[in-house]
Write a protein that binds this ligand. Structure first.
Ligand code: NI
Length: 183
């Protein structure tokens, strides 16, 4: 297994639309394992392949405290959504930034697992919000796109300043301990 570098806002590669996964082979299984390792190490609760510069429709998530509920969604489609609510979100590609976003509080999703088997599942609360956040990544969209352009510019300048201070060799995303909700 290997830790994969996470792209950070405003990297234009994060704007790439992901293509469907069509081949379920050993290299896909390896990518899933590497994405879980990268997400757990960050630490985060969700990671889309787009964030590690692989533009395929693949998401890993685990919102448990003890890494006991790993979930894989390949080629996900939302079949139904409930009423919207708000929740504070963060993102491993926008390190250290948290803000409130409005999303459906329950969704029904159809996706494939790592072996290509199709399943449907109802998600609510943080699982539903996290899935929608990760599916946005597959469309080249980030949670900061829901904020005002003024706020987004401020975030971009802050992250660019932090990257300059961190130096050229350290580009891995760092999220402070306690930042639990960082999909
Ligand atoms: Ni994210």
């Amino acid at each position: 297994m290997a830790l994969l570098p996470i792209l950070e806002f405003p990297d234009p590669r994060l704007r790439t639309r992901a293509e469907p996964v069509t081949v379920f082979d050993a290299s896909l299984l390896r990518l899933v394992d590497d994405m879980f390792e990268t997400m757990y190490a960050a630490p985060g609760i969700g990671l889309a392949a787009s964030q590690v510069d692989v533009h395929r429709q693949l998401i890993v998530m685990d919102v448990s405290n003890d890494r006991s509920e790993p979930l894989v969604f390949i080629n996900p489609q939302i079949l139904g959504r409930s009423e919207v609510g708000t929740m504070e979100e963060g993102c491993l590609s926008v390190p250290g930034i948290f803000d409130t976003v409005e999303r459906a509080q329950r969704v029904r999703v159809r996706a494939q697992d790592r072996h290509g088997a199709t399943f449907e599942r109802d998600l609510d609360g943080i699982l539903a919000v996290c899935l929608q956040h990760e599916m946005d990544h597959l469309d080249g969209k980030l949670f900061v796109d829901y904020l005002s352009s003024l706020k987004r510019d401020r975030i971009r300048r802050k992250l660019e300043k932090e990257r300059r201070e961190r130096g050229p060799q350290s580009t891995a995303a760092k999220v402070p301990a306690g930042a639990a909700l960082a999909p």
